[in-house]
Design a protein around this ligand. Structure first.
Ligand code: SF4
Length: 114
């Protein structure tokens, strides 16, 4: 089973009643729904915190402490498709930076649950 790291928008998780990060991404990964396509093993779940600057170092620290390098990194749907847009980052640019710095593929979004 593919090992994945999920990164969510911490601001949305703190303020959204719909999903404060506790089930949608995890359900999609467990059942292989949404962008996962097949069941995946979530080996880490990070929260982006405004303005998102420590994201790369947090990913590196998660890999170091867990001693697991995920095969893919998933941006949660609330991070990848934020509406209104994230005031600090363009998700595609952030994903490109993560790919460049870690060599790990980044998938935009996790699920399409409502
Ligand atoms: S920087 Fe953007 S993606 Fe990150 S927590 Fe803040 S609003 Fe969410």
């Amino acid at each position: 089973m593919e090992k994945v790291l999920v990164i969510g928008c911490g601001t949305y998780m703190d303020s959204g009643y719909g999903c404060p990060g506790e089930w949608r991404c995890l359900k999609a990964a467990a059942l292989g729904e949404g962008t996962f396509g097949k069941p995946a093993q979530v080996v880490g779940f990070l929260r982006c915190e405004c303005p998102g600057r420590p994201m790369i170092s947090n990913i590196n620290m998660a890999m170091k402490l867990s001693e697991i390098k995920p095969e893919k990194i998933y941006f949660s749907t609330c991070l990848a498709n934020a509406k209104p847009d994230c005031p600090y980052n363009v998700p595609e640019q952030l994903a490109g930076l993560i790919r460049e710095k870690t060599g790990i593929e980044v998938v935009m979004g996790t699920h399409d649950y409502h």
